[in-house]
Ligand binder design. Sequence first.
Ligand code: HEC
Ligand code: HEC
Length: 353
Amino acid sequence: MRARNMILVMLAVVALFAACRKDPAVYTGAVGTPYELNLPAWVHDSIGPMHGGDIPLTVEGVALGRKLFYEKALSNDGTMSCATCHHQEHAFTDPRAFSVGTDGSVGTRNAMAIVNLGWSRNLFWDGRRTTLEGQAHDPVTNPIEMRNTWPVVEQRLRADDRYPSLFAAAFGSPLIDSSRVVRAIAQFERTLVSFNSRFDRYWYGGDTTVLDSVEKHGLFLFRGKGKCGRCHSIGLFTDDEMRNNGLDAFPVDGGLGTVTGAPGDFAKFKTTTLRNIAVTAPYMHDSRFADLMSVIQFYDGHIQHGSPNVDTVMHLFPETGNILSWNDRADLIAFLQTLTDEGFLTDPAFSEP
Ligand code: HEC
Ligand code: HEC
């Protein structure tokens, strides 16, 4: 055989081996049926495309992720799933101030909404994760949450005869590992989109009769002297930035600062979305406010201007507050209530399968 032919044969053998090798870390192309996310047209224009994972959404991947989101085998003693702390009817938040782990230990932060997170790059109150896949790794091993280990989770799912075929449908082979588990959960989370509130029908749908005059005045205040829209920007109702809104003169929780170690990040927290805010009490990272009136009273007179790294926007609020009358405050709350998306809170596609 001539040398050139030899090389060709060797290349062919190498290619054959490469094709047969099963590398769980590499996913080439998606398997399954493409999942059509039903987004209103304005979302693409006003907000832009969602940050995808490394695989496109598929019907099978989303279905698997949904099952895993409600799967109690993820916790050490089999009593807790993601949904134990993230309830659909509360926009996937926890109405308890602090979530409780499988051993009864209590955390220090409120469980956050899982709403439109496909557009978020800062996850957790302190922004310590940048992808939904990365985020989903953490609760399983968190010592005050599910208190489990990934090898145990993988072993349990492999031993459960329902799962290998579901993983095969979603990923092309029945292999079950933590990276596939978090990829599937993230796929499900990307389908948790909420853009059909009364506000949306008014603002984007152009139906001027959907909001009454009180709610319209609340929106006017939200965008105007309330200055809320400076950070909770219209659209997602968050700018997805890390900021200090001046809750404390001497913050206890360092927020982003504990993640980066930079003094300039101390006491900065994620600006959370105000979509569905009427059903996600209590409020703020430490659940300090029980209702929306307490939140508004904070912004209108109790901002700590001396708080470290307090956001420059907060300096636009006079220290003495009282820029909003009691009627204004009530109107602002009436507006915030128009951000509730009943269809999202009751969509059977998001409930326990
Ligand atoms: C024991 C209660 C508990 C369980 C179980 C739990 N979470 Fe959470 N979740 C929280 C709390 C509390 C936070 C905020 C923690 C922080 O910021 O430090 C949070 C934050 C999040 C966030 C960040 C949202 C944002 O806007 O940045 C996502 C996403 C999330 N959880 C998804 C999940 C998934 C997926 C699971 C299951 C694998 C899960 N959670 C299990 C309590 C829980
Ligand atoms: C400088 C940016 C900024 C402005 C202006 C602002 N917020 Fe916030 N908001 C934040 C941040 C950051 C948080 C999270 C703070 C925390 O928990 O530490 C937050 C939290 C909230 C929460 C609690 C969310 C939750 O998930 O618990 C509500 C409600 C809220 N803001 C409403 C408003 C309203 C109403 C206004 C206008 C009066 C307003 N915000 C103005 C940045 C801002």
